[in-house]
Design a protein around this ligand. Structure first.
Ligand SMILES: [Zn+2]
Length: 429
């Protein structure tokens, strides 16, 4: 671990405990990445997290996700049932929580193409750990655990603060895990989501909806396919229309997202059509994700998508419609003057000797469920590359750096260190 700025705020004993615990924490991360926790397979990874949190002396309980959660106005469209699939909450105390870490245990799909080794066979390369979920966001779990373990060893009074760690499902497709926890009354004065942010503070994200675009036409023998356009011809038109929708939105960027050149993006993530070389397919389905302006509701975004695809197919003999399919995420942005941002900036600066940057993204995180209800919440965590892609990876040294920030913040909360102002306000970049 290269740079060290131990200036008295992080006592040397805690700093040493972080250093000493790092290898064990990387080992935990490797075991966690090895547990394939794609949608519907999360439980073995949750058990590993539960064991780790229990070993830290926290009280761990399962928090069921009621099936009715899908009827909540903020819910995403349910993907599969919730039986036998639980959130986990670990706490240091039964008192109202001062600080809650929220992490999602689910990972996105991991098709094997492009991976140097299988996605759930984690391996290290030049100081990085490679594997699906290493960056998004199991590395953040490791960072929070490393901080807690070091504090337990070297400053155990800190774990007297009412703290919690919430490990949720379905961040990547619905948000219903965190939503269910919020509805169950699990909250805190402030929430940190240790997503990979490269040790910057992530303030906000755009709205995101998932839809299936369904194109219906006339199935036929292949010999007639030159005579009238079919559903696959319509796919081209619909793709252009969806790109235009994203471009138009980006021409009127909201102030909070002005730092990004194209915060609103339409992605076609799935294309399904046809089953026989000599048949004209009668249906094509596109799995589409639209990152939309924060000012729009999910319903407004869905209406805009529906209009765009119907217009594109007008008069073509193909009928187009949309079906909501997952995320219905509100945009959100934590205000820059929030006490949590100040506190985290101070902790970062005291730990690393440089001011902490803030930023926003053209996607979403579970922080929206807190921020939009007035509970301060931001993301802060390690450095990752290629999340959602092949060879996703997290930088191990950045896990240690994140742990230092968390430990400093928690020590300050426990009154164990001198207070000081950050040298300057966080810069919004
Ligand atoms: Zn994530």
């Amino acid at each position: 671990v290269e740079e060290r700025y131990v200036d008295g705020t992080l006592p040397a004993a805690v700093d040493r405990a972080i250093e000493r615990g790092a290898e064990e924490c990387f080992d935990f991360l490797e075991r966690l990445v090895r547990e394939d926790s794609q949608l519907g397979r999360e439980q073995s990874a949750q058990e590993l997290v539960a064991a780790e949190l229990s070993s830290l002396g926290l009280r761990v309980q399962e928090i069921a996700i009621p099936p009715e959660i899908v009827d909540d106005p903020l819910a995403g469209v349910g993907q599969i049932g919730y039986e036998g699939r639980c959130n986990l909450l670990a706490v240091t105390s039964e008192e109202p929580l001062e600080l809650l870490f929220n992490g999602h245990i689910d990972v996105v799909s991991a098709p094997p193409q492009g991976w140097r080794r299988p996605p759930f066979a984690p391996h290290r390369e030049d100081g990085w750990l490679i594997g699906r979920g290493a960056g998004d966001m199991k590395g953040g779990f490791a960072a929070a655990m490393l901080a807690l373990r070091a504090l337990r060893a070297a400053a155990p009074q800190v774990l007297q603060i009412p703290l919690g760690f919430l490990s949720v499902l379905e961040e990547e497709c619905t948000g219903n895990g965190t939503l269910a926890a919020v509805r169950a009354g699990i909250s805190a004065e402030a929430v940190i989501l240790p997503e990979s942010t490269d040790l910057r503070i992530l303030l906000g994200g755009v709205g995101v909806v998932w839809v299936d675009v369904v194109l219906d036409g006339q199935g036929a023998h292949a010999e007639s396919s030159g005579r009238s356009p079919g559903v696959l011809d319509a796919v081209g038109k619909v793709t252009c229309a969806l790109r235009r929708l994203g471009r138009d939105a980006n021409e009127h960027r909201e102030a909070d997202f002005a730092s990004l050149s194209d915060p609103y993006a339409v992605n076609i993530g799935i294309l399904q059509a046809g089953d026989w070389h000599s048949n004209v397919p009668s249906r094509a389905t596109l799995g589409v994700r639209f990152g939309h302006p924060r000012a729009w509701s999910a319903d407004e975004a869905l209406a805009a998508l529906g209009d765009a695809v119907r217009d594109a197919c007008q008069g073509s003999g193909v009928t187009a419609g949309i079906v909501p399919a997952g995320l219905r995420a509100e945009g959100y942005c934590e205000p820059l003057d929030s006490a949590l941002i100040h506190e985290l900036s101070v902790a970062h600066e005291r730990s690393h000797g440089s001011p902490c940057e803030t930023y926003v993204i053209g996607s979403t995180t579970d922080a929206r469920f807190y921020v939009n209800r007035g509970i301060p919440a931001v993301c802060y965590g390690p450095a990752a590359r290629d999340i959602h892609g092949p060879n996703e990876r997290v930088e191990l040294a950045s896990i240690v750096r994140s742990a230092r920030t968390f430990a400093t913040l928690l020590l300050r909360r426990a009154g164990g260190s001198a207070s000081s102002e950050p040298r300057e306000r966080p810069s919004h970049v």
